[in-house]
Design a protein around this ligand. Sequence first.
Ligand code: ADP
Ligand code: MG
Length: 250
Amino acid sequence: MVRAEGVRKSFGRLDVLKGIDLTVRTGQVCCLLGPSGSGKSTFLRCINHLEKIDGGRLTVDGVPVGYREHGGRLYELREREVAEHRRSIGMVFQRFNLFPHLTALENVIEAPLRVARRRRAEVSEEARELLDRVGLADRAGHHPAQLSGGQQQRVAIARALAMKPRLMLFDEPTSALDPELVGDVLDVMRSLADDGMTMVVVTHEIGFAREVADTAVFMDEGVVVEAGAPQDVLTDPRQDRTRAFLSKVL
Ligand code: ADP
Ligand code: MG
């Protein structure tokens, strides 16, 4: 589903991604860990067309991100094509980014209505099912300010799912939450994984990564330091940098 080969990204003279190699197979969960500033968010943003890569090759579901292949040549995607690609990718951020003036239900139906231009009745019914799936069937009419951080984050997950993505990206989805609210969000993510969703999750929840991830990837300073099965990378890492990081977050 995601294949990165030597992906590079710089901001001016700052090399943020220095050749990332990473593969996420369909139906698998990849957890990305690493110190602040190591390039994790930038990498997710590249996958989701929010940043353009400067080198290497990045494909989602076989399609090059940012470029179109035609007759053996690469062409930069037009805005409309980028929008189309992005529709198949759901993203959940640390901050929930819900529309404050809309209810939970309205937040979930916003993109299917306006971006996909689907019928309100049909979309509303799906949205209720999604809110039920994230444990918020009884909160459909609440505004974000009336919901806890954990509930808002679950609405954000439902909202991302409403576009029926093939791939879900999570960028530290529980980092901004009070500790007692983290579990419910992780439970929703775990059930998504159980249902076979392909997911790339930036997280420092080592327990979640050990239990749910098919692969764990440790990044530092724009490179993949170590990648493999979570029981290796997170329990018995080979690299000193991975070990040092884990001893700090555990
Ligand atoms: P992480 O998510 O691992 O903490 P980021 O991908 O957010 O790391 O950032 C990696 C580096 O890139 C940091 O040094 C950050 O300051 C820098 N960076 C990120 N986005 C931009 C940007 N839009 N312009 C300039 N520098 C950026
Ligand atoms: Mg980040």
